[in-house]
Design a protein. Structure first.
Length: 240
């Protein structure tokens, strides 16, 4: 299996500091310790998505109340609720927040029922009504040791996912803006072939609002709030 940049005893610390800043090495453990105390006192927040009001999800795992996962989880759950038919998740995320029955593929993370494989090389006869991926595509070719252009690898992963869709199926991915420069360029230039794209901007620690591409593009990662300050949510239909 391929190595990840944060493989090894010290690799994860170096990778984390490079991506999130040295201060987060100290702040993240503090948030984790404070999470069970803080969560009960947080005011519920909602945001608009596709004309509906979704409630932010606050969980102890990955301290979702302090980062973009509080918006990504309800978006993913919304799409799951609209879907009838087989579902594939690329990147093992939803399983950390409750039981599910869909198929999960993850190149690196080992867990019960998770298929450890590269989506671009995985062979299956299954075809899916929905393929969902939460904050995973920004890591492709950027946080692993594979040589080559990150943007081209992301294109390849999208094409591989679309090839696994049922005729009326769709691929939905969420990614943080400002994390992977190559991916940001592809989003800004609209060259990934998304059939539909939406943007969310962070206006406070737990306040997210839909925004126009002009306002969202160029959003910094880690500033002014920790982790993502903007999200791109894209839908890709099955090849015609």
């Amino acid at each position: 299996m391929s190595a990840h940049l944060y493989s090894g005893p010290t690799g994860k610390v170096r990778w984390f500091a490079r991506r999130f800043g040295w201060s987060e090495i100290f702040l993240l453990p503090l948030r984790k310790l404070a999470s069970p105390i803080v969560r009960p006192f947080l005011r519920p927040r909602e945001f608009e998505y596709r004309g509906e009001r979704l409630q932010c999800v606050y969980e102890n795992y990955n301290v979702t109340w302090s980062n973009e996962r509080c918006a990504e989880l309800p978006i993913a759950r919304w799409h799951l609720a609209q879907t009838e038919g087989p579902v594939l998740e690329v990147g093992n995320v939803l399983g950390h927040y409750g039981p599910h029955s869909h198929t999960v593929i993850d190149k690196y993370e080992t867990a019960p029922s998770v298929i450890n494989a590269d989506i671009t090389q995985w062979q299956t006869d299954w075809r899916f009504a929905l393929i969902i991926s939460i904050s995973t595509f920004e890591h492709i070719g950027f946080d692993d040791e594979a040589e080559g252009d990150s943007g081209e690898k992301i294109r390849g992963a999208i094409a591989a996912c679309r090839a696994l869709l049922a005729p009326d199926g769709c691929l939905v991915i969420t990614v943080p803006l400002g994390y992977n420069p190559a991916l940001d360029d592809l989003i800004a230039n609209e060259t990934l072939g998304a059939n539909e794209a939406r943007f969310l901007l962070r206006h406070s620690h737990r306040e997210w609002r839909e925004a126009s591409p002009n306002k969202a593009l160029g959003t910094k990662y880690g500033k002014p709030f920790p982790y993502a300050n903007g999200l791109w949510i894209a839908q890709f239909n099955a090849p015609s």
